[in-house]
Ligand binder design. Structure first.
Ligand SMILES: Cc1cc2nc3c(=O)[nH]c(=O)nc-3n(C[C@H](O)[C@H](O)[C@H](O)COP(=O)(O)O)c2cc1C
Length: 183
């Protein structure tokens, strides 16, 4: 399937919908040259500093965090529903002791603009270059959010990645049609 360039907002609804259904796949790269993939359920796309930006939240305990601190580039890949099991696995085990690409038969292919690869089996790809990173301020969080999501600390670091390339399978909109139940 040929990958065609898209505007970064073209598949916004499908991207957010898939993030809420199964999750998206974030690929980072360590200084050792090894890519790692992890599932993300939180994030958004927007326009900041007159640039298209993908914002992701990564806890310091993740192997991905150490990769992002070494090389700020990352890619966000939108999996089709058929990859649900792989997405779940990538959100359960760590790249510290697993090669998730191999275990889930995901194929890393070179990106167009950044160093970490994209995932061939995914449908939409956003290549991102970190412009800014910032830690959540625990004291500034609503108490309800803090109690629900940060009982153990491990407050997320927020990465603002400029989307320097966005492309998708030609039939992306068709393949990512939402399941009826999730709003
Ligand atoms: C559906 C789903 C969504 C997730 N979203 C996030 C997220 O947005 N940020 C985060 O830090 N961890 C998130 N996780 C947890 C990581 O994906 C998980 O801890 C993963 O094993 C980390 O991999 P790594 O150690 O190789 O980086 C999510 C897990 C699942 C299953």
């Amino acid at each position: 399937m040929a990958k065609v360039r898209v505007r970064y907002t073209d598949l916004f609804a499908q991207t957010i919908q898939r993030m809420r259904e199964d999750g998206l796949l974030l690929v980072s790269l360590g200084a050792d040259g090894k890519p790692n993939v992890m599932t993300i359920g939180w994030g958004t796309i927007g326009s900041i500093w007159a640039r298209p930006v993908f914002i992701v939240l990564v806890r310091p305990s993740r192997h991905t965090y150490s990769r992002l601190e070494q090389i700020g580039d990352f890619t966000v890949n939108v999996p089709p529903p058929e990859l649900a099991a792989a997405v779940s696995h990538c959100g359960t085990v760590s790249g510290r002791d697993h090669n998730k690409f191999r275990e889930m038969r995901l194929t890393p292919i070179p990106s167009r603009e950044v160093r970490p690869p994209v995932i061939k089996e995914c449908v939409v790809h956003y290549e991102c270059r970190t412009l800014h990173r910032n830690d959540l301020a625990p004291d500034a969080l609503a108490e309800a959010v803090r109690a629900e999501f940060y009982a153990l600390g491990d407050f997320h670091r927020v990465y603002f990645g400029e989307i320097v390339a966005a492309y998708a399978d030609e039939d992306a909109a068709q393949r990512l049609r939402p399941r009826p139940a999730v709003q």
